[in-house]
Ligand binder design. Structure first.
Ligand code: SAM
Ligand code: GLN
Length: 286
């Protein structure tokens, strides 16, 4: 089988099955461990048989709406390889932006700190926690999740990426309160999809629902964190959240109501959608 013919055939099948056609080359690049240009240079050559077999097997799953990251068993986040499986949310590119914005604010707000006590609530694969530890050596990280299964994967990802993280199992802020944590930075990408929302099959059939749904308006977990956060935050501290693109108004109301002494801003992602909430205590005008 020739590379070009195989790729074209699967691109057509993707289009017929509502799967983005770019998935074909993306999958081939990962599976063959070759650069894209290198594949194109040899595009009219025969595909090695073992590669062709594995590629066809994986493409069948992808055509059946299974996420490519599940077929591969990993996904890339901020340049780090993260094992993923049905126990954890596949980390999204928007969340990489959240990490970049957090790192910039750590530099700005705590330029002289020796350590930055940080917690990641609902760590899933561990993507956010691992990235912050690797990119900012001053970060002391505690990462929590309610899912024991997710924590098994997060621990493995931390070990493989050599990130020193304290993991705790529990409900939102509770384990941090019980451990007497005092934080400079609290981060969370909680489940924020409203319970009744219609979603793509590749997400709803393959990703853990405990990672997706945030009550009837999607804001249930922000309410819990806003209610309890002051028990674990230092006087000067900030919180960083991912949020849904259509939650700006409801979120603003919630912050103003529940955290009147704080200052906050909502930032857009690279697609121009409202995506990140930063809440400041004792800094940045608050
Ligand atoms: N932090 C990861 C990321 O950004 O890719 C995963 C985020 S996922 C949207 C939300 C995570 O919150 C899931 O791992 C889920 O298990 C966890 N979670 C759900 N309910 C929770 C709760 N009550 N307490 C702690 N974690 C919870
Ligand atoms: N961004 C994810 C999605 O659209 C949801 C993540 C979340 O609920 N925090 O599938």
């Amino acid at each position: 089988m020739i590379f070009s013919e195989t790729v074209r055939r699967y691109e057509r099948l993707c289009e017929e099955n509502d799967v983005p056609a770019e998935t074909v080359m993306a999958y081939l690049v990962e599976l063959s461990q070759r650069e894209r240009y290198d594949l194109y240079v040899h595009f009219e050559e025969d595909m090695p048989q073992d590669l062709a077999l594995e590629f066809e097997k994986g493409m069948q799953r992808i055509l059946n709406q299974e996420p490519m990251s599940h077929v591969l068993g990993y996904s890339w986040f901020y340049g780090y390889k993260m094992e993923v499986n049905p126990d954890v949310l596949i980390p999204r590119v928007e969340t990489e932006e959240l990490c970049a914005q957090i790192l910039a604010r750590m530099d700005e707000i705590f330029p002289d700190a020796e350590t930055i006590e940080t917690a990641d609530i609902g760590t899933g694969s561990g993507a956010i926690a691992i990235t912050l530890v690797k990119e900012e050596p001053k970060v002391h990280m505690t990462a929590t999740d309610i899912s024991e299964e997710a924590l098994v994967t997060a621990r493995r990802n931390a070990a493989v990426n050599e990130a020193d993280i304290e993991f705790m199992c529990g409900d939102m802020v509770k384990p941090l309160i019980e451990a007497g944590k005092k934080l400079d930075v609290l981060v969370s990408n909680p489940p924020y999809i409203p319970a009744e929302e219609q979603m793509e099959r590749s997400v709803v059939d393959f990703e853990p629902h405990v990672a997706l749904f945030g009550g009837s308006d999607g804001l249930k977990f922000y309410r819990q964190i806003f209610r309890d956060c002051q028990a674990v935050l230092k006087e000067k501290a900030f919180m960083a959240f991912e949020m849904g693109w259509d939650q700006r108004e409801a979120m603003s109301r919630l912050v103003e109501e529940m955290l009147p002494s704080a200052n906050y801003e909502i930032l857009k992602d690279m697609n121009g959608k409202d995506r990140m909430l930063f809440v400041y205590f004792g800094c940045k005008g608050a």
